[in-house]
Design a binder for this molecule. Sequence first.
Ligand SMILES: Cc1cc2nc3c(=O)[nH]c(=O)nc-3n(C[C@H](O)[C@H](O)[C@H](O)COP(=O)(O)O)c2cc1C
Length: 348
Amino acid sequence: MADLDRKDSHLALCLAERVEFTSAGASGFRELRFEHDALPEIDKDAVSTEVRLLGKRLAAPLVVGAMTGGTPRAGELNRRLALAAEACGVAFALGSQRKMIGDPSTRGTYAVREAAPRLPLLFGNVGAVQLNYGVGVPELRRLIEAVGCDAFFFHLNPLQEAIQPEGDTRFSGLVSKLRAVVPELGVPVLLKEVGAGISRATALKIRELPVAGVEVSGTGGTSWSKIESLRTTDPVQRSTGELFARWGIPTPESIAICRSVLPDRVVIASGGIRNGIEVAKALALGADAAALALPFLRAADESVEAAVLAIRRVVEELRTTMFVTGCRTIPELAQRTLLRAPDPTADE
Ligand SMILES: Cc1cc2nc3c(=O)[nH]c(=O)nc-3n(C[C@H](O)[C@H](O)[C@H](O)COP(=O)(O)O)c2cc1C
């Protein structure tokens, strides 16, 4: 996900086209509801959204999801997103740094620590499949050092690569390569999907790896199959991409699977999470934090201020959910059970 033209065309499509699942509630959160508590027995001011994630203190369990880097436009979006994440005290994830491997002059487009030195938690990123295309420990260490990230994501995107005209589809042998490479990188490593979710079968393979955690990136939000189908001119690939636009594991299901298979690892929820009530549901299902990508990109395309407001809105919605369910802290929220019932707050 990192060529110059490709990255900018991804950004243009994500900002202008319908690249999300079209039906509201497609992520599955609509079928889950909190029990309202009219006697919560707490003061709203006492509600704290603070958490520790990977040893870092965050003002809320939120990550600005992995998206971009590598071109001047991407660099400006990274700068705005990182400033907003820093202002709100939440984590920030860089998009694929693959471009940096072949072209170190693009480093500045990922160097967000220079603009936002107090960012509490910064993730680096590259596709795991690159381990089959000549990327090894020295290149990965250089990527990590060049941006000073605290943790590193390998993204797993077989569906996207399959639909992408120029896709890297040699996915064999990655488990053993990850097992060898991960302990050599000097920072915690997590694996993430990009919108098709982590299934039980995948989580069981991940359990055998020395990784700190996963980001589920389930179905319901941005669809890379859809985006790649919009980019391709080949009619067969286009219709295949459209068919697979809804392929994968719904986000709530993927969170529950990952929590049960990986009880001691970090689980970050993502994929179609669009407000603070859904963040709260993700935490009640077992996630340690939630990432939103596309909504924050659209806000950052406007301005840093718009991105700050977008993050603040989600945090306030989370805080309000905690107040009306009687939860003073995030660990208390994590203990709440959700009813299997339609939630009228979800968009129709
Ligand atoms: C414009 C854009 C670019 C993305 N690029 C990357 C990437 O380079 N690496 C990655 O791991 N995920 C990438 N993603 C996937 C997101 O991190 C996230 O997993 C996915 O979009 C689901 O979240 P959402 O529904 O909130 O957008 C990208 C998403 C968007 C919208």
